[in-house]
Each structure stands twice: as C-alpha cells, then as structure tokens.
Design a protein around this ligand. Sequence first.
Ligand code: HPA
Length: 291
Amino acid sequence: MSDEAESFVLGRQVAPAEQSACLDRLERAVRVRTDLRPRIGLVLGSGLGGLADAMDLEVAIPFAELPGWPAATAPGHAGRWLFGRLSGVPVMIQQGRFHLYEGHAAGFVVQPVLLMSRLGTEILVLTNAAGGVNVDYAAGTLMVIADHLNLTGLSPLLGANAPELGPRFPDMTAVWDGELRTRLHRAAEAEGLALTEGVYACLPGPSYETPAEVRMLRTLGADAVGMSTALEALAAHWAGVRVCGVSLVTNPGAGVSGAPLSHTDVLAAAQAAGPRLAQLIGRFVAELGSS
Ligand code: HPA
C-alpha cells in the first residue's frame, strides 16, 4: 500500500475497476476500529444529522481518518461515520457526504455507499434536503423517493467495469425498492406522520435552480430537486444493495414562492423538520429489525 495510493486528489476519477483496491484499504482501516457488521446503512443529508443522537454509538470515524478521504467540506455536514445500533439493529451512519459540487468525481462520491456494501450492509437508506418542484409540496414535506432523474450528465460507472462488484449495464427499472417504500409508508402511518411519494431530480449544483429550470423539472416529471443521492442510489443498486430514501423538502423550488433561496434557510428548515424524519427512520429501522 503506497502513500501515493492513499493520498487524496480532488476530482480524480475512480473507475469501477479501481474501487475494489480502494475498498480493501478502507475496509482494513475501519476493521481496526470496529468489527460491527451493519445490516442497514444510512446517509444523513444537510442538517439531518440529528438521527445520530438516537443511536447507541460504538465508534465514530471522521472521514479524514480513512485512507484517501478528505474531510467533508459542505456546511451542515459533519463528515464522519457512526457505527452502532439504531433501535437495536446494527447500522452504520454516514453523517455528511461528498458532492459533485465540491469538485469530487462521480466515482468518489459513491465510495461511501460502496464501503457500506463491502462491510455487509444489505439495505441503504438515503436522506437529503431538497427543493419542492411539485407545487403541492410545502416546506417540511417528507417524500419517499419513488424514482429519480439523474441530470448530472455523469455516472459513477464510467470507465472499466468491476464485474465482481456489479454488471456493466445495470438494470434501473427498480432502483428504489418497492417493499422498502411500502415499509416507509407503514412506519409513517404508525407514527402519525404525513409522507408523500415522488420523483427526485439530481443536478450537480452548487447554484440553486432558476425558475425556468424548476418549471422544466416539473415538465420532466420531477417532484423534488437536489444535489445528491441519485449517484449513490445508482452505485448501491449496481452493487446489489437494496435502496430506499426520503427527501425532506426544505423550500419551494426557485420561482414557486418568489422568495430567494439560501443555504442558511435550507439548513434551518432541515433542522426544524429533522426530528420528524428521525422519528420516521427510527420506526422504519425498528420494524425491519423485528422482521
Ligand atoms: N434546489 C436544490 N437543492 C436543494 C434545494 C433546492 O431548492 N433545497 C435544498 N436542497
């Protein structure tokens, strides 16, 4: 293992064929710290770190302590792994994520979810803060992701494939697992939480959309828009992990209400609604654990 292989270079492409060697190093670094085998992996988006408070923490690992990884830089992102139990179920929680808009390559953006798969995760729960494209979505709306539009123009699967991880041409008919979606709705009902379902559109950011872009997204069939999640879902599905996700709509999309958008407001809205999302996911995980 050379130092060069471990040094982080922003934007360096990672082809699928290169992932296994990276995952070997990452797995070794994690296994020095914990032997927990997570059944469920969770990714917490902007301002949504609160779910972590509900877990029985075994160990926290800052991203920057793993070979080849930098600290997460996006505001509102802690940038660390939490290993432990949530509702009694062994989980690993990714508190913060890497984004295209930070300059990361698509193959790097998905390395965390591939690491989850490598460590034994069978089910991935993705969360994010999103803008509402659907005019019926008020700030605070929780939306199960039924499907996505990857409008980044990028794929984490560009380059030589790694057949040991996933197929060259993965089927995308059912990325967002139907049974898990049903379970999310059941958990919402049990907790008395309103929960809708829709299509998430992913753009690279970092600018928010123009009003014309939000109208375009609506025409394309999107209900919510954000700057993450789709590539992670794609890669996890490719690697055979069952995927589900929930968007927290922090604001009506640009032009819908006429109000300007700001990251400060997005974080505040995420923090305000975060406890409801934590309640939903906590119940969902508990029910999975008892099944
Ligand atoms: N657009 C894109 N990403 C977002 C938004 C938005 O309006 N709100 C929160 N994340």
